[in-house]
Design a binder for this molecule. Sequence first.
Ligand code: SF4
Ligand code: SF4
Ligand code: FES
Length: 276
Amino acid sequence: MTTSGKPASFEVRILRQDAPGEPSRWERFRVPYETDMNVISVLQKIAANPRTIDGRDVAPVAWESNCLEEVCGACTMVINGRVRQACSALVDQLLADRPGEIELRPMSKFPVYRDLVVDRQRLFRSLVRVRAWLPIDDYSDRGPGPRQSQAEQEQAYPLTECMSCGCCLEACPQFQKVDLSEYGEGTSDEQRNAAFDRSFLGAHAISQAMLFNGHPIGKTSAAERLDALMAEGGIQVCGNAQNCVAVCPKEIPLTTSIARAGRATTIHTIKKFFDH
Ligand code: SF4
Ligand code: SF4
Ligand code: FES
């Protein structure tokens, strides 16, 4: 401990894995303390001197990051037991909560590529399943789009902040890891997507379906999004545990979106019944 009350150094425990499907192992590193560090700068320090506490020289730890301002979601990992972004996880705060040690592990609901880097394809596949886009397929000048009221904009804006980070999926008891081992080596994209399409969509995709169904142009494919929400792995799987909303770094009102989606799919079912 220095005279300023800050530690001279701290320990970082990292759950490491060399490649997909390989066993994982813990490695411990000692990092000199500096003011204003975040977990990315801790990982940079380790990369510059990848030597464990017991003196072994090892391969630098792999992680992903991009924006460094909690906008891209790439650096999401489990830090001291809580899923969050490494770029906005400040060392002073982490050491205040758990003196002397920081623990890093990859998200558990996605396959690990290497160390702290995971494969989030399933997260993006869920967005494809609910058609999380506006159905405009060219660059021609169509003039001004339809106006949204102030109230519609206020409802939509928080949902647009989703950065596809995966925190809501990591925390969700209904979002379980998909086992692709039945396909063996060389799983094709079709096999993988078919397996994903049978599994729970996740809160992020339900919320994005509500975002685009509330948009004047998005409304033109609202029925297809509602069909996707009602298909296998859809909103009926949600157990309303509300873990998702508690961990979303963007404070997106996910349970409000899920409740809206529940009402919309009920009305859609009744409408389909009378249309037949
Ligand atoms: S409310 Fe639904 S989506 Fe959110 S954590 Fe619970 S089960 Fe998962
Ligand atoms: S809804 Fe929140 S927690 Fe889930 S992916 Fe989007 S930003 Fe991340
Ligand atoms: S680097 Fe983009 S959210 Fe952390």
